[in-house]
Design a binder for this molecule. Structure first.
Ligand code: PLP
Length: 437
């Protein structure tokens, strides 16, 4: 499958017709455990000497198809699916760090990822250093001998910044640490970060990959390219015997897939944020159409961005598809000359104006999600980013009047008509307020 294109991988990747039933659709293996032929067979499975399944907290055949499919889509060696994007982020980072160590992150992050990094990981003795900007030089300035990774969202949510993945990978690798990226907003259809030097790719599959707003899920993809053995002092967990697993040395046993294998046997096995087989099935259904959907999302977003930009009721539009956007050149380079379907804008009237506009939407859903077939709107200052201080919000690219739109695959004219009427409704009320004062 590695030679076929993304559109084909999305439909066939990781699955051969089921050997027992010849089922063409991926079966839902709704089982907790798998019978052993004998005590010796069980022992061989536990010793990782035989291939197979033992218990669904560790792996499950339906989830395994999803893992292989997403690994192929991203061009990685292996992947591990988990119950949510947040679980994937937690495991992806925790797998690299012991207490006292740090990672360096760009500041433009999804709000809960910021909370995970700034508050929860700190309580485990792990520090996340937030750089002043997403520029590689700003990251390099914070790396030290205790650093174990560099983190970014390839396209920041909701800031809409496009990271220079090659530049960040260069800085990380010069320091002997991996680059971990969250590729949720871009999807492997627009961007495959491993081709640009990223070592570990994380997704919230809850978004574009599933694509229908029905199913939570996360995944970590291991590129298999980071040379853990060359950095054994920094990463003893992959290179020294693991006492919790019969003294196994991950790099010896799993070679290129040492990182993801440890993630599974340490984090998934012991803390258990598993993806259910039914969820894996639903996500696989979604992934079959991801390439088509992304194409339509992107085209609709372009039409919406142009409408907003030409509208006098709108103060500003942040859309990487505009040539005067500061991230346009990076977007052209990394997103195949396209832009993604997430954009932000500020309606006139500050925080209150944004809230009035938001309340007037009819077709576009008011919620905190993105990447659904439906068009969605979020007001980050009052929801996803409300736990941050004002200063942290600004660093994360959030302003009080900002509305984030995730443009769906409805007819573009209908999306635009809804925005138009909501802007009108907000402005009318502004007029009423002005007349009353
Ligand atoms: N990463 C990004 C960029 C997100 O936007 C989100 C959620 O919005 C997440 C991770 C978390 O994913 P989940 O909601 O599946 O835990």
């Amino acid at each position: 499958m590695s030679k076929v294109r993304k559109e084909t991988i999305a439909i066939h990747g990781g699955y051969e017709d089921d050997p027992t039933t010849h089922s063409v659709a991926v079966p839902i293996y709704q089982t907790v455990a798998y019978a052993f032929d004998s005590a010796d067979h069980g022992a061989a499975l536990f010793n990782l000497e035989a291939e197979g399944f033992r218990y669904s907290r560790i792996s499950n055949p339906t989830c395994a198809v999803l893992e292989r499919r997403v690994a192929q889509l991203e061009g990685g060696v292996e992947a591990m699916a988990v119950g949510s994007g947040q679980a994937a982020l937690h495991y992806a980072v925790a797998n690299l760090l012991d207490p006292g160590k740090n990672i360096v992150s760009v500041p433009q992050l999804y709000g809960t990822t910021h909370t995970l990094f700034a508050h929860y990981l700190r309580r485990l003795g792990i520090t996340v250093r937030f750089a002043e900007s997403d520029q590689p030089a700003a990251i390099a300035a914070l790396l030290d001998e205790n650093s174990r990774g560099v983190f970014c969202e390839t396209v920041g949510n909701p800031a809409g910044n496009m990271c220079d993945i090659e530049g960040l990978a260069r800085v990380a690798h010069a320091h002997g640490v991996p680059l971990i990226v969250d590729n949720t907003v871009a999807t492997p259809i627009l961007l495959r970060p491993i081709e640009h030097g990223a070592d570990i790719v994380v997704h919230s599959m809850t978004k574009f990959m599933g694509g229908h707003g029905t199913t939570m899920g996360g995944i970590i993809v291991d590129s298999g390219k980071f040379p853990w053995r060359n950095h054994a002092r920094r990463f003893p967990m992959f290179n020294e015997p693991d006492e919790s697993y019969h003294g196994l040395v991950y790099t010896d046993h799993f070679g290129d897939a040492a990182y993801i294998a440890r993630c599974r046997s340490v984090y998934l096995r012991t803390t258990g944020s598993v993806l259910s087989p039914l969820s894996a099935f639903l996500l696989l259904q979604g992934i079959e159409t991801v390439a088509l959907r992304v194409e339509r999302h992107v085209e609709n977003a372009r039409r919406v961005a142009e409408f907003l930009r030409n509208d006098p009721r709108v103060d500003w539009v942040n859309y990487v598809g505009f040539p005067d956007n500061p991230y346009h050149a990076l977007a052209r380079k990394y997103l195949n000359g396209k832009a993604c379907s997430l954009l932000t804008f500020g309606a006139k009237g500050g925080y209150d104006g944004a809230v009035r506009f938001y309340d007037a939407l009819k077709l576009i859903k008011r919620l905190v999600n993105l990447g659904d077939a439906k068009s969605l709107a979020c007001h980050p200052a009052s929801t996803t980013h409300r736990q941050m201080t004002r200063e942290e919000q600004v660093k994360a690219g959030v302003t009080p009047e900002m509305i984030r739109l995730s443009i769906g695959i409805e007819h573009a004219d209908d999306i635009i008509a809804d925005l138009d009427q909501a802007l009108d409704a907000a402005r009318l009320r502004l007029d009423v307020l002005a007349a009353a004062s």
